[in-house]
Design a protein. Structure first.
Length: 366
């Protein structure tokens, strides 16, 4: 949309998203987790009883808001377009893979930036892996990687996910049927109305600005274009100011909330996310936005992320947060267990297989 048609306007969009993220943090979302698409999908999977990890179960209104916000603004701006048919099963697999990588690190790219703004040095280390993953995916784009074109379909097809999420939210609010954490990250959340309204606005802004964490680095590498990365930079600055002002800035590796210092696995986990995001055509947030504006392929990717979150917690793949020693408990180093480490390596292998086997013939233009 022309509202955000240059670098400075995109930076303003990022600053607005930063202010909205700060509001979510102020009103009760977990520390250094004002917004985390991967974590919120994981919590939602738990609320729907897709996994039984008690500390991370809560139906996050933000997920509904991101999708529906993008849906509504795309209808208003006439950018809504129902499409489908671009390698849906591979996209489902990429959604699972991105989620596994994110949960090993304990956060999506958006939470990585928010953690960086709070002084979490583990997130800066993870940025190395994320940028490396995006660079790897971009290399394969240059070599002709493609999942094939999507085809226009009936408008109602693209409306299924937004409507389904609205119905699920209404059911949760009216019946209290979903599982909800009594401690841990799932028990920390902004009031439903505030979370939903803020997420609707963020969804609309993300749709109009084409906000994407993987895309911002990809564009720098491919085209030397810094437009999208200006959104991320502005968001970082606003959250940095918020964290300093509220005393939440701690420049260290240790003592960070919902984090661990297993550096190799932070790097490799986010490498998986960056690589997978480029192959899928967008980071986890971007997938929700694309799903909202009519892409059934991105809706399938979202379902892959939802199942991936359940899979990660049901089979012990997710990383554990580090904990300091107490009078009754020993210190916990955190990070992924053996199963999680093996899953990350397997995900990297699968990503390379997908990247190598899905290339068009550049000489023939196919």
């Amino acid at each position: 949309m022309k509202l955000f048609n240059n670098t400075w306007k995109l930076a303003i969009a990022g600053a607005i998203v930063g202010v909205l993220a700060a509001l979510l943090a102020f009103f009760g979302n977990p520390a250094n987790m004002a917004i985390c698409v991967a974590c919120f999908i994981r919590d939602t999977a738990g609320a729907l009883s897709l996994h039984s990890a008690a500390p991370v179960q809560y139906f996050r209104p933000e997920i509904v808001g991101f999708v529906v916000g993008a849906f509504l603004i795309s209808l208003i701006t006439k950018e809504y377009k129902a499409t489908a048919g671009s390698a849906p099963m591979i996209r489902f697999l990429l959604g699972m893979i991105m989620m596994i990588g994110a949960l090993v690190f304990l956060g999506c790219p958006l939470r990585m930036v928010i953690r960086m703004s709070a002084g979490d040095l583990n997130a800066y280390v993870a940025l190395i892996g994320f940028a490396g993953g995006v660079a790897t995916g971009t290399f394969f784009l240059k070599k002709g990687f493609t999942l094939g074109r999507a085809y226009e379909t009936k408008k109602a097809n693209g409306m299924v996910l937004p409507i389904a999420l609205i119905v699920l939210l209404i059911i949760g609010i009216s019946t209290g049927a979903y599982t909800a954490s009594t401690e841990g990250p799932g028990s920390m959340h902004a009031p439903i109305a505030i979370a939903l309204i803020v997420a609707l606005i963020i969804g609309a802004i993300a749709q109009m600005s084409r906000m994407c964490f993987a895309g911002s680095i990809r564009d720098v590498i491919l085209m030397k274009n810094f437009d999208l990365i200006s959104i991320i930079g502005a968001l970082f600055v606003v959250m940095l100011i918020y964290n300093i002002a509220t005393g939440n800035f701690h420049f260290s590796f240790s003592g960070q909330p919902i984090a661990h210092s297993q550096h190799l696995w932070n790097i490799l986990g986010m490498y998986v996310v960056g690589f997978g995001a480029v192959l899928a055509g967008g980071c986890p947030l971007r997938q929700l936005i694309l799903a909202g504006q009519g892409s059934s392929d991105s809706a399938v990717t979202f379902l892959g992320m939802l199942l991936g979150a359940a899979f990660a917690h049901n089979f012990g793949l997710a990383g554990a947060a580090a904990k300091a020693a107490t009078e009754t408990e020993a210190a916990v180093a955190g990070g992924p267990a053996t199963a999680g480490k093996a899953a990350v390596i397997a995900c990297i292998i699968v990503l390379f297989i997908i990247a190598v086997t899905n290339k068009r013939n550049l000489k023939r233009g196919k």
